[in-house]
Write a protein that binds this ligand. Structure first.
Ligand code: UDP
Length: 255
């Protein structure tokens, strides 16, 4: 089935195939997991399945509240149909609580609440290790226009408000997350939409009660039970489409 499709691009965690109609793309979620510029690698069985489900659920919810995303529909356990967009070469990070690189860079203890949500931009370039950049660089080098930066910031804050509440309702603290944006061409119109994925690979999610990490830091920091934690996130959101959904323990195989 897969072999009949034309592969467009293979990334670290996903493969993009040509979609069934012009202007569509199939995103295939792999089990491959990388960190630290892909110096650390592993295959975590079932991770792709659960990330496909979590990302689909979040993107669908965002579409429903009028935040435009590339997401069209889920095709199967590992694949979703999305709109073809021109990716804006930025990683947009939004933070509510200090963790990861902001803690290191500014010497803030992990877990310190930030006085307000902070948006940061990183230039998407593996060879340069995704350096942090300012709006000045983004507009001077034409990575995005001033209007697009305005759209990106407004959309990011709406996503943060929505996801913060959604996760809080199931006992999860949204510490930070990364978004990517694309240009969707519709006739002679261009719209800025959310692209890529939103999953525990791209968010920091801490249990509200225990501060236990339920995200990719479990892999980065060798905490173990990575997929199990992602499954627990999906279970709390009520979106596991398997027999495991009703189970208490989490960690059941997802196939
Ligand atoms: N992030 C991501 N992809 C990247 C870099 C960061 O999805 O290439 C996410 C990361 O999972 C976290 C947030 O963006 O939820 C902020 O990451 P940070 O800048 O702290 O970098 P890290 O120290 O995690 O590399």
């Amino acid at each position: 089935m897969m072999s009949r499709r034309k592969k467009i691009y293979e990334g670290k965690a996903k493969i993009l195939f040509e979609g069934p109609e012009p202007g569509t793309i199939i995103q295939y979620f792999k089990d491959d997991t990388t960190a630290f510029d892909a110096q650390k690698k592993a295959i975590l069985e079932g991770k792709g399945v659960v990330n496909n489900q979590i990302s689909a659920f979040i993107m669908q919810s965002l579409n429903a509240i009028g935040v435009p995303t590339h997401f069209i529909r889920t095709m199967n356990m590992r694949e979703q149909l999305v709109r073809e967009v021109e990716i804006i070469p930025l990683e947009v990070v939004c933070r509510n609580v200090a963790a990861g690189s902001i803690s290191t860079r500014l010497g803030m203890e992990e877990g310190t609440p930030l006085p307000r949500s902070i948006i940061e931009f990183y230039y998407k370039n593996d060879a340069l290790h995704d350096p942090m950049v300012a709006e000045e660089h983004i507009t001077a080098f034409n990575w995005a226009s001033t209007q697009e930066i305005d759209d990106i910031m407004a959309l990011t804050l709406r996503v943060n408000d929505y996801l913060f509440g959604m996760f809080a309702a199931v006992g999860i603290k949204l510490v930070d997350f990364k978004l990517e944006f694309g240009r969707l061409y519709e006739g002679d119109m261009v719209r800025t939409v959310i692209a890529d994925e939103i999953s525990p690979d791209s968010c920091r999610l801490w249990d509200t009660q225990t501060n236990e990490k339920m995200d990719k830091d479990r892999f980065r920091r060798d905490l173990g039970n990575v997929t199990e934690a992602y499954v627990e996130v999906a279970r709390r959101l009520g979106i596991l489409k398997t027999a495991a959904a009703g189970g208490g323990g989490g960690g059941e195989a997802v196939h």
